[in-house]
Design a binder for this molecule. Structure first.
Ligand code: HEM
Length: 498
């Protein structure tokens, strides 16, 4: 023992103590981490949890496909952990319905997603909860309904600009992403601001760029890292910092539009979403229970841009890609357009009822496109039981919409683009197990608008053009997964039909 003692000179003793302290600290943190990472009693099972990281998944694979693998192994309900976040993942129509519809009140909340919390500060619609959410949701749903009559004419008008913009390409290869995004964003601009923009307008371009990059960064690896380790990431530099800079600029832009609306507000003519909201602020002035104020107007307007543009534009991009890949299906859609609408007038929503094939193709695009593969996370507002497992209050729920769209027990050819899935004796066939817009209290409030845009933009484009791969180009269904599952950039030729 003496010998040992002499090996450590006095000057090294300090260092020894520091090393011992560090080891003790690390062991202590690992024990805390281990305790936190243990699954509570009767919690849904799942893969082994490792210190710090939690569940190990192959990050080279898209998350929704990794979740499909775990469903095959653990069944329709299991749990995973990423960093500090625990998720219960539910799959299959029955299980998703059990959670979102039968236990609608229990799973009506959103979890605290650090990035969304930071930018929305609990306001708006997509990330708010409780009284604020209920008030905003009621207002957004009622307003979208009340202006629904004018959706159609707005989308028809915009489809003329979109057709014109594609005509400019003169049948040469081009990437349709930018034109489609401009058209779809213009619909949200018309609804919220009351006006559309020229596709080349520099303010509009800036708005689109800021929105697209913000969405991309929120859904990126950096965004996920921020959500998993917010306390550390908050202090670090990185590309995700752009999210906050962009958000400031977007807020400034919308604040300017709100100020202009306040100057021109005519109570008798409530043309757009901002007008309706400003009137609601007036109505509830002095009511301490009301959350109708300008900060909330700002957040809920930006909410509509974030939720209503990328999703719908992605669906239209998938639709054109599928048509170019399956010319026979495209031809059948065009035959139906020619028979029901002809070449001389614009498509209307009334035509939809008489166009079962086109309707079936668009549903199949939403199924195969699988645009929001894992839904948007929910959180339990109370302790509950799902499939016999205990799910405590505050648990985050991930709903695998992918598992429903590709369920082998439901779809005849789940992995093939096949409009027959939605047809029966030549008529459109409604399928129960088809939830591209999710279900329950927080199901997509923009579904009707999205369906109007999909139908009118798609039929207007196929009325005028045939979409084809550029010569010597092989198109593919490769995709990128950020907040939506979208096709990798591709080029098409829009050949005029007459
Ligand atoms: C093809 C297009 C679209 C798809 C596939 C889609 C899908 C979804 C899904 C899966 C959710 C999550 C619902 C849940 O938590 O269960 C959602 C939420 C939402 N969507 Fe859509 N959506 C689309 C278009 C739109 C449009 C055009 C708007 C805007 C008018 C919109 C506004 C919203 C909002 C505000 C929420 C959050 C609702 C809440 O938290 O209460 N979406 N959408």
């Amino acid at each position: 023992a003496n010998m040992e003692f002499h090996f450590w000179p006095i000057s090294q003793l300090g260092k020894l103590n520091v090393s011992v302290l560090l080891v003790v600290l690390v062991v202590f943190l690992l024990i805390i981490d281990f305790v936190r990472k243990r699954r509570p009693k009767n919690f849904p099972p799942g893969p082994q949890l490792f210190p710090l990281v939690g569940t190990v998944v192959d990050l080279r694979q898209p998350l929704h496909l990794e979740m499909q693998k775990l469903t095959a192994r653990y069944g329709n309900i299991f749990s995973v952990q990423f960093g500090g976040l625990t998720f219960v993942v539910v799959s299959g129509y029955q299980m998703v319905r059990e959670a979102l519809v039968h236990q609608a009140e229990i799973f009506a909340d959103r979890p605290h997603i650090p990035l969304l919390q930071e930018i929305f500060r609990g306001f708006g619609l997509i990330s708010s909860n409780g009284h604020i959410w209920r008030q905003q949701r009621k207002f957004v749903s009622a307003t979208l309904k009340s202006i629904a009559v004018s959706f159609e004419s707005k989308v028809q008008e915009e489809s003329r600009y979109l057709v014109e913009a594609m005509e400019e390409e003169k049948g040469q290869p081009f990437d349709p992403h930018y034109k489609i995004n401009s058209a779809v964003s213009n619909i949200i601009c018309s609804i919220t601001f009351g006006n559309r923009f020229d596709y080349h307008d520099s303010n509009f371009q800036e708005l689109l760029h800021l929105l697209a990059e913000t969405l991309l960064l929120i859904g990126s690896f950096w965004g996920q890292l921020y959500n998993a380790f917010p306390l550390i990431m908050r202090w670090l530099p990185g590309p995700f910092r752009k999210i906050f800079r962009h958000w400031d600029k977007l807020q400034r832009f919308v604040r300017g539009v709100i100020a202009k609306h306040k100057e021109d507000l005519d109570q008798s003519d409530l043309g757009d979403y901002i007008d309706c909201y400003l009137k609601e602020i007036e109505k509830f002035k002095g009511d301490t229970n009301s959350y109708f104020h300008e900060e909330n107007l700002l957040c809920s307007t930006l909410d509509l841009f974030l939720t209503g543009t990328e999703t719908t534009a992605t669906a239209i991009r998938w639709a054109l890609l599928y048509m170019a890949m399956y010319p026979n299906i495209q031809e059948k859609v065009q035959l139906e357009i020619d028979a029901v609408i002809g070449q001389c007038r614009q498509p209307t929503m009334e035509d939809k009822e008489r166009m079962p094939y086109t309707n079936a193709v668009l549903s199949e695009v939403l199924r195969m496109g699988n645009i929001v593969p894992l839904g948007v996370p929910r959180m339990s507002t109370n302790d509950t039981t799902l499939a016999g497992f205990h799910v405590p209050k505050g648990t985050t729920l991930m709903t695998s919409l992918t598992s429903i769209m590709f369920d082998k027990n439901v779809w005849e050819t789940p992995d093939t683009f096949n409009p027959e899935h939605f047809l029966e004796n030549g008529q459109y066939r409604r399928r129960e197990a088809f939830l591209p817009f999710s279900a329950g209290k927080r199901a997509c409030p923009g579904e009707q608008l999205a369906r109007t845009e999909l139908f009118i933009f798609f039929t207007a484009l196929l009325q005028k053009f045939t979409f084809q791969a550029p010569s010597a180009t092989v198109l593919s269904f490769a995709f990128t997964l950020s907040l939506t599952r979208c096709p990798k950039p591709f080029q098409l030729c829009a050949l005029p039909r007459c």
